[in-house]
Design a protein. Structure first.
Length: 520
């Protein structure tokens, strides 16, 4: 008898039983119902595999709490031969979640496999040298357990033999939180040839000057430490909840010092900036707008800074009017400008130091979004490295790019110029471990934001989390824009409540019991 016939016979039999009232919930039927419910429950309950991690030996923490990996971790290339696709030909499979079960082998502190899909040694999967292209120096900042967990995916996506990765852990975070994390395992056991430096120096307080600390720390390390000085071409700072859009080799090609379309350019904005790729002059805002009001409290107008930079041989003080420009705290900067900032902050009379002192003394907020953008706009010759744009706001050298970073911000009210985003956005599920974003954002991104990400031409996206929409985390980075499906938010989207079998089972049991009691 076919399966369809079985279904038909069963339905006919049930109708007969109902008609003759022979299926009443008698005491003889209840055990059968309970057994059926239990079998159904077991079959439909996701099974979880639990792997014992054993005891992980703690890494050596030296002075200042640093853990230096360098090239000592080497690169595990055992998985490279199994790759079915390479960068530039076909899309490489999305980065999976960190597989912590691969870190321990029968209780021994031995790496059994590392997913060095972007390259783990002198050559990539096809035997082609990865030495050409820009050498990228990244800073990843984390401030709590959630950002540390998210950063494990980010680390997987940017590690490459040609990269430097600095990891700053906020001093508010307990040592054990990092030492027991998947991120720490990735850093110490699977650096894939990247030079990695970990430290915990600053306690960042939202809105305060301390928010600048990790970025300035990284600038100093990259320009003064012999391990890194002169060994990178672009400095890119990232929060732990960021993902790169493109694979390391693509990023390196875009920033190539000689041929890359993004060469010789400092980027200090994100997609939420009103003027796109260029920093936003505070005076374009209406006078009632909070940014204008906060930075224009001085009745004498914009601050006039008197300074003496290190390169001023005559030693005479200069004056400059510093007009506040808003950008982003997340940037991609050239070595000469990074060295200028790092060096200037050590000279108390420099423009950078004097402007810093003004911002602190005036108790200005959001300085992580204004200090470096404003400095870049005013400091010659670095102000000649701002992006050159077409009339439509896209980058002249790469018209597909209108923002280097895509994020969703400030959508709770109309913008200063009356625009109100009416798209839906992702909310944090009640059962999620993700932190609820502030009312102004940045908001979490997901698969429905892919279309806008494509339109922006961005290289990085924020904010993402596997605890909100893991799909967008797993699909990046890609090898080319055409690998990103053009998915946008529907005009209106409503989803069902998550099915709760435990509750449904209890309701069915209750109903069965009530039916039984009626027959007694």
């Amino acid at each position: 008898m076919s399966f369809r016939s079985n279904i038909g016979t069963t339905r006919t039999t049930r109708r007969y039983y109902r008609k003759n009232r022979c299926i009443a919930f008698s005491s003889s039927c209840i055990p059968f119902v309970l057994c059926f419910l239990m079998i159904f429950w077991i079959k439909n309950t996701p099974q979880t595999s639990v792997t014992s991690m054993g005891v992980v030996a703690l890494g050596h923490i030296g002075v200042n709490g640093e853990i230096d990996i360098g090239d000592e971790a080497g690169a595990d290339t055992t998985t490279l031969s199994t790759l079915e696709s390479t960068v530039g030909s076909r899309r490489i499979p999305p980065t999976p979640p960190p597989d912590t079960s691969s870190y321990i082998n029968n209780g021994e502190d031995e790496v059994t496999s590392c997913d060095c899909r972007w390259g783990g040694g002198e050559e990539d999967a096809e035997g082609v040298s990865n030495s050409e292209g820009a050498r990228l120096a990244y800073l990843i900042t984390v401030h709590n357990k959630q950002s540390i967990d998210n950063a494990a995916y980010l680390f997987q996506s940017i590690r490459h033999p040609s990269t430097i990765i600095l990891l700053h852990i906020d001093t508010k975070v307990s040592k054990d939180t990092y030492l027991s994390s998947a991120l720490r395992e990735e850093v110490e056991r699977c650096s894939c040839g990247a030079s990695v430096h970990v430290d915990s120096v600053h306690n960042c307080q939202w809105g305060r000057w301390s928010m600048n600390g990790p970025t300035h720390w990284a600038m100093d390390v990259l320009t003064s430490d012999d391990r890194f000085r002169g060994k990178w071409d672009v400095f890119i700072n990232l929060s732990g909840d960021t993902m790169p859009v493109y694979q390391p080799s693509v990023m390196s090609e875009l920033f190539h010092p000689s041929t890359g379309p993004l060469r010789n350019t400092n980027f200090v904005t994100s997609s939420s900036c009103e003027t796109g790729l260029l920093p936003t002059n505070v005076h374009i805002f209406p006078h009632w707008w909070h940014k204008w009001e906060h930075y224009n409290t001085n009745p004498d107008g914009d601050p006039v800074i008197s300074y003496i930079d290190d390169d001023d041989n005559d030693g005479d003080a200069k004056e400059i009017t510093m007009v506040t420009h808003f950008g982003s705290q997340w940037m991609a900067l050239l070595p000469d400008f990074v060295e200028y900032v790092a060096k200037s902050l050590k000279n108390p009379n420099s423009l950078a130091s004097r402007y810093r002192d003004f911002l602190i003394n005036a108790r200005k907020l959001m300085t992580d979004e204004t200090f470096i953008p404003t400095l870049l706009v005013h400091a010659y010759p670095y102000n000649e490295t701002l992006p050159v744009l077409k009339e439509d706001g896209s980058l002249d050298a790469m018209p597909s790019m209108k923002a280097i970073r895509y994020e969703r911000m400030d959508e709770h009210v109309p913008s200063a110029f009356g625009y109100f985003n009416n798209q839906q956005r992702y909310e944090v599920p009640k059962s999620s471990e993700a932190d609820e974003p502030k009312i102004w954002g940045p908001y979490f991104l997901g698969i429905y934001d892919l279309g806008d990400i494509v339109d922006s031409g961005a290289l990085f996206i924020r904010k993402v989390s596997v605890n909100v929409d893991p799909n967008i985390v797993y699909m990046f980075p890609v090898s080319r824009e055409s690998d990103i499906p053009y998915i946008r938010w529907p005009n209106e989207l409503q989803i069902s409540e998550k099915p709760n079998w435990e509750r449904i089972k209890q309701e069915m049991m209750k109903k069965a019991k009530e039916e039984e009691e009626k027959k007694v």
